[in-house]
Design a protein around this ligand. Structure first.
Ligand code: ATP
Length: 513
């Protein structure tokens, strides 16, 4: 798994997907830039999300709110008082950790021991093995599980009651050592606010203090009435937004999984109070289907129900993806009640209510949120698609290729136009003309450098679903080209028009909407 992660990191850099930010100055911790291939993939992810949310639902509309918001927004939302993570430092390594994550990682190690027992037993019993029964009855597994449950409860309690001493005690009880120094020389656990702050230029005093938004959702809440009135939407309806968010994360490792500047794709669905559990289930299923529609394996996706609920939620679940470093949150589905609209109404003194003509009553709507990190989705797509496989070369000998089997609608380049040889007129001229024609329809790349086999490999490595090869027969014959399929490696001799139609059809996002 670790190897796979290293491969993703070096692939991302080598092929222009992701670079460390300001790399010539040794980079900036947990900040990354997207390169030429990365920006295409990211735009395609955003495009698919936007279309499935906004275009496909006549009761969901989009907005693009500013990153800066009135500072009171963050008071009302609870972020000033409660958007904290518990932090602990190791005095020997001077490394900083999230105390809850240290505990969770320790518990995951015990879970790993259970999995090992299961695998051992599976080997021993073969086809007769009943995993559920084994997990429910094996004394060693039960002992491990009991330990995990007890410590998980302690963790949940400590987090819920803001008990920082309790959290430190748990770290001591579990005998957790610093992964860098190996020592148990810990500071106390302290709360750390994750919002970045800055100053407004022309105002002095407290009012001048601004925050970079830590989530895009609040831009939707404060615009709730504007949008509802201007679009005359009736409840239930949703507002969708894609935009940057900023969090001063304590531990920011794992590449683009946890960044200090990242992008969210959020949708707030305004509903009648009391209907939230139905909508919660509806959006959980809808969002899971969305992930599967891109070809992500069911085995790499799962729900994780929150026990320790955020201050605004009455139910919450994550869609977790099996990243190379284990199952982690990719998207959150949160039932946010009327917490946000209610608090903004109180602090601003402005009514944020909906008049429901069906019951002739006004109320503050409840909200169901789906929130997915664009960068995490990007990493999930890289993890899911990057493969090394053995394929026959042009002489039929076995060779290895690196290929990104991205869903065609997400691929940065949809088709590569390749003249068989370079600098050979009129062949290259004809290939250029085909490129100029096709680039009006979809993202193309023209490449004439190196042998054709190497050019195919380069396109495989960036996930291009189709290569269109132009050879001398194209000129002499009937304008036919060779269309090569990335996954099957099948080659078809067809006209340019037919090739265009296939690429358009297969890479069009509407096929999976
Ligand atoms: P985590 O528990 O991993 O810190 P979270 O529960 O704080 O995440 P939410 O507040 O629910 O995350 O944010 C919604 C989504 O935004 C997450 O599911 C994730 O995909 C994305 N996200 C949150 N924080 C980051 C980050 N630091 N870097 C990249 N994406 C992030």
């Amino acid at each position: 798994m670790e190897d796979q992660f290293k491969k993703i990191l070096s692939h991302a850099k080598e092929y222009g997907f992701v670079y460390p930010s300001s790399e010539i100055y040794e980079g900036l911790s947990a900040v990354y830039d997207y390169g030429p291939m990365g920006v295409e993939l990211k735009n395609n992810i955003k495009n698919y999300w936007w279309k499935s949310m906004v275009q496909m639902h006549d009761n969901i509309v989009g907005i693009d709110a500013a990153i800066f918001m009135h500072p009171k927004t963050w008071k009302a939302s609870g972020h000033v008082d409660a958007f904290n993570d518990p932090m602990i430092d190791n005095k020997d390594s001077n490394k900083r950790y999230r105390a809850d994550v240290l505990v969770e990682e320790e518990l995951a190690k015990t879970e790993g021991k259970i999995d090992k027992e299961v695998r051992k037993a599976q080997k021993r019993f073969g086809d007769d093995f009943d995993e559920n029964q084994f997990r429910a009855t094996n004394p060693r597994v039960l002992r491990y599980q009991e330990k995990i449950d007890a410590h998980q409860n302690q963790l949940n309690e400590a987090m819920k009651s803001n008990n920082m001493e309790g959290l430190k005690q748990l770290i001591i009880d579990l005998d957790i050592t610093c992964p860098v120094s190996g020592s148990r020389n810990w500071t106390d656990v302290r709360q750390f606010n994750l919002m970045f702050s800055t100053q407004l230029g022309n105002i002095a005093g407290e009012e001048s203090s601004l925050y970079l938004r830590p989530e895009t959702a609040q831009g939707i809440f404060v615009n709730f009435l504007n949008v509802q009135k201007t679009t005359r939407q009736k409840i239930p309806f949703g507002i969708a937004q894609i935009g940057k968010a900023f969090r001063n994360e304590i531990v920011a490792r794992q590449f683009i999984f946890r960044m200090r500047e990242f992008e969210q794709m959020e949708m707030q669905y305004f509903i009648k109070p009391g209907t939230e559990m139905d909508w919660y289930e509806y959006w959980k299923e809808t969002r899971l289907k969305w992930h599967k529609s891109l070809g992500t394996s069911s085995e790499h996706l799962r729900f994780h129900k929150h026990e320790n609920l955020a201050h605004y939620a009455n139910a919450a679940a994550d869609i977790e993806y099996k990243f190379p470093f284990g199952f982690k949150e990719l998207e959150g589905i949160h039932s946010r009640t009327d917490f946000d609209l209610g608090s903004h109404q109180k602090l601003s003194g402005k009514k944020l209510q909906y008049f429901d003509p069906e019951i002739n009553e006004s109320y503050v709507p409840y909200v169901l949120e789906t929130s997915i990190g664009c960068d995490r989705m990007f990493l999930a797509m890289m993890s899911e698609s990057l493969q090394e496989e053995k394929v026959p070369d042009s002489k039929g000998n076995e060779t290895e290729r690196t290929v990104m089997k991205l869903h065609p609608s997400l691929a940065p380049v949809k088709a590569a136009i390749l003249p068989l040889v370079k600098n050979k007129e009129p062949l290259t001229n004809r290939a250029r003309k085909i490129f100029d024609d096709l680039k009006l329809e979809f993202q193309c790349q023209y490449d004439e450098k190196d042998a054709i086999g190497r050019r195919y490999r380069r396109q495989d490595a960036i996930g291009t679903p189709y290569c269109i090869t132009v050879d001398f027969e194209t000129l002499e014959e009937d304008d036919k080209v060779t269309l090569r399929d990335r996954d099957s490696l099948g080659q078809r001799r067809i006209t340019v028009e037919e090739a265009k139609a296939i690429v358009l059809k297969e890479t069009n996002v509407s096929r999976i909407l």
